[in-house]
Ligand binder design. Structure first.
Ligand code: UT7
Length: 324
């Protein structure tokens, strides 16, 4: 039996910072509204010509360096994105070639919007457990600035660009619940809610890229409920209570969703990693961005039990329980 251990992580935010005040020059909004309703202070937008694969490679290089792993050892890349460089091929294949990872190894994209990193982690974990990969790069990378409608104040202030990555290493499992690695993942989707969060374009519908559309209030309501349930599911599957978790690393969509979910679960808000203030909602990149930042600043330590969770368009949602 193999277990997937997070051997390293890395992240990248584009240099160009866009403050709430900058957005207020483009659309009818205020810094106070954005801060109070979302917790966002600033987001980063990719420069002209800077693509999702560029962000992904920067994060992946940092993750490989953190893990002390050479790119040539990578025998699987799973990249979560809703904003690929091109309709095809997969952005993961550009990352594979760009980083000098092992040619011939599988590399593919996963599309589950804001839950994408959880989906990617779960798929990579399954392939490692099946003995089909030894060293995997799992990446969440997005350039949401390219699909925002800057005349719609209800959405354009919420999102930013960024990337985060982890290196997973196959490690022999002793079956002991206290050992390091991914303990469980749980994934869900409910396609009946398509119209609450979607992009109004695509190759087989309009032939255009389209813009993000969201009924925020409705998404908010579903998010708290779904995240609450998927956390309980993870705890039950591992025979744990909420107080066993050292850190919750949630998708960074709205500070009020983080607070509301923690309250419903009876989890101390101080145990919830929040990085939304300085990168906004970066979709599939937000969970690894938050994870890497909290590891870098020493909050998350080796051996601790962390719970990752996310919810996004589709709807899709999921969780992963990991001992670092
Ligand atoms: O990542 C995938 C998951 N996505 C999410 O989880 C997002 C979930 N939703 C949310 O985070 C929140 O619903 C929003 C931040 C999108 C909106 O917050 P809200 O408290 O639900 O506000 P609201 O939509 O109920 O709007 C309240 C008011 C409205 O004005 P009226 O109708 O009360 O006069 C909006 O028109 O705020 C207005 N408004 C704004 N005002 C200033 C909406 N956007 C803005 C804005 N600036 N940017």
């Amino acid at each position: 039996m193999w277990r997937s251990v997070i051997a390293g992580c890395g992240s990248y935010l584009p240099a160009n910072k866009v403050t709430n005040a900058n957005l207020a020059e483009r659309v009818e909004t205020t810094d106070a509204w954005i801060r109070e309703r979302t917790g966002i202070l600033v987001r980063h937008f990719a420069a002209e010509g800077e693509k999702t694969s560029d962000l992904a490679m920067a994060a992946a290089r940092a993750a490989l360096a953190d893990a002390g792993v050479d790119a040539a050892e990578v025998d699987l890349i799973v990249l979560a994105t809703a904003t690929p460089d091109q309709t095809f091929p997969a952005t993961a294949t550009r990352v594979q070639a760009g980083l000098g990872c092992r040619p011939g190894a599988p590399a593919f994209d996963i599309q589950a919007v804001c839950s994408g990193f959880l989906y990617a982690l779960s798929v990579a974990d399954a392939l490692i457990k099946a003995g089909q990969a030894r060293t995997a790069l799992v990446i969440g990378a997005e350039t949401f600035s390219r699909i925002l409608d800057f005349t719609d104040r209800t959405t354009c202030v919420l999102f930013g660009d960024g990337a985060g990555a982890v290196v997973l290493r196959a490690t022999p499992s002793t079956g002991d619940g206290g050992e390091r690695g991914i303990l469980s993942t749980h994934l869900h989707a409910d396609g009946r809610h398509h119209d609450l969060l979607y992009v109004d374009g695509g190759p087989s519908s309009t032939g255009t890229v389209g813009h993000l559309r969201m009924q925020g209030r409705e998404v908010f309501r579903h998010a708290v409920t779904n995240l609450y349930e998927v956390v309980l599911e993870a705890l039950a599957a591992n025979g744990l209570q909420a107080d066993a978790i050292d850190w919750v690393v949630p998708h960074q969509a709205n500070q009020r969703i983080l607070d509301g979910t923690a309250k419903k679960l009876g989890i101390d808000p101080a145990k919830v990693i929040s990085t939304i203030a300085h990168h906004a909602n970066t979709s599939a990149a937000s969970v690894p961005l938050a994870l890497c930042e909290a590891r870098r600043d020493g909050r998350i330590q080796a051996g601790q039990l962390i719970l990752l969770e996310a919810m996004g368009g589709g709807f899709t949602w999921g969780s992963a329980l990991v001992r670092l």
